[in-house]
Design a protein around this ligand. Structure first.
Ligand SMILES: [Zn+2]
Length: 253
């Protein structure tokens, strides 16, 4: 089996929808291919996270209809060749896409714990970016638990050097980094984990006086914003707010 064949079957493999023979072929390929195994791990993680995150979100009827249509039209796409299995995607991909549609179409209300936690529109974008990052293949452009791989990766990609502190010993291992696009600019996103939770720290240059952390909450996600040394920071996660505050104080130390 080639990698491309394996990749088209990973969703079905994960959902236990392959025949016994196909399943054995995929398993055999995975045993010998670290790239496909990594892809499977990313899919498993995204699937788990999407399910955990999405149970909290009540989709409006119009959104449910859109997701149902998306799934139906995906299923009706004919296979590329008679022998190829129909390409399919797990339901959670569409559900995650639906959340992004909902965020983009507005209507989110924020409980701002303390005033001045940045503009609501920016908070929307930070949260949408966080949810988008949980979709397969979107979390990191550079995946590494080593800051010596992640920090230099940003050189020449953004016009500042984002903080990538080592926080393993405090229980916040580094996952990697990526570029993101927020409010009309490219920003650095540094990703950490806490147990099965993920934390995105978005940062970009922004001139102004230093400002201490302010918290925002939306649909079970917590966002903390601060500014230090002319860099704007947003940390976002579904982590409990106390733990996210602990993370921010360690990160910004
Ligand atoms: Zn492979």
């Amino acid at each position: 089996m080639q990698c491309a064949d394996c990749r088209t079957r990973l969703d079905a493999y994960l959902d236990k929808e392959l025949s016994a023979d196909e399943r054995a072929e995929v398993r055999e390929h995975l045993a010998a291919c670290s790239d496909c195994t990594r892809e499977l791990t990313a899919l498993e993680r995204a699937s788990t996270l999407a399910q955990e995150h999405l149970v909290r979100y009540e989709a409006p009827d119009v959104l449910k209809a859109r997701i149902t249509n998306a799934i139906a039209s995906e299923r009706s796409v004919p296979a590329e060749t008679p022998s190829a299995p129909p390409r399919r995607a797990g339901w959670w991909r569409f559900a995650a896409a639906g959340v992004i549609i909902a965020l983009a179409s507005g209507g989110l209300t924020y409980a701002v714990a303390r005033g001045g936690a940045g503009s609501p529109a920016l908070a929307d974008q930070v949260l949408a970016s966080h949810i988008r990052s949980l979709m397969p293949g979107h979390l990191t452009d550079v995946q590494s638990t080593n800051e010596h791989n992640v920090k230099p990766w940003f050189n020449g990609r953004v016009d500042f050097s984002p903080k990538v502190p080592v926080l393993d010993s405090a229980g916040f291992p580094l996952v990697g980094g990526r570029l993101d696009y927020l409010d009309g600019r490219v920003v650095a996103a540094v990703v950490y984990a806490r147990r099965q939770h993920l934390i995105n720290v978005d940062s970009w240059p922004e001139a102004g006086a230093n400002e201490g952390p302010t918290s925002t909450e939306a649909h079970g996600y917590h966002l903390i914003r601060w500014r230090a040394d002319n860099v704007e920071y947003w940390a976002v996660s579904d982590l409990e707010s106390g733990e996210l505050s602990t993370f921010v104080s360690l990160y910004s130390r």
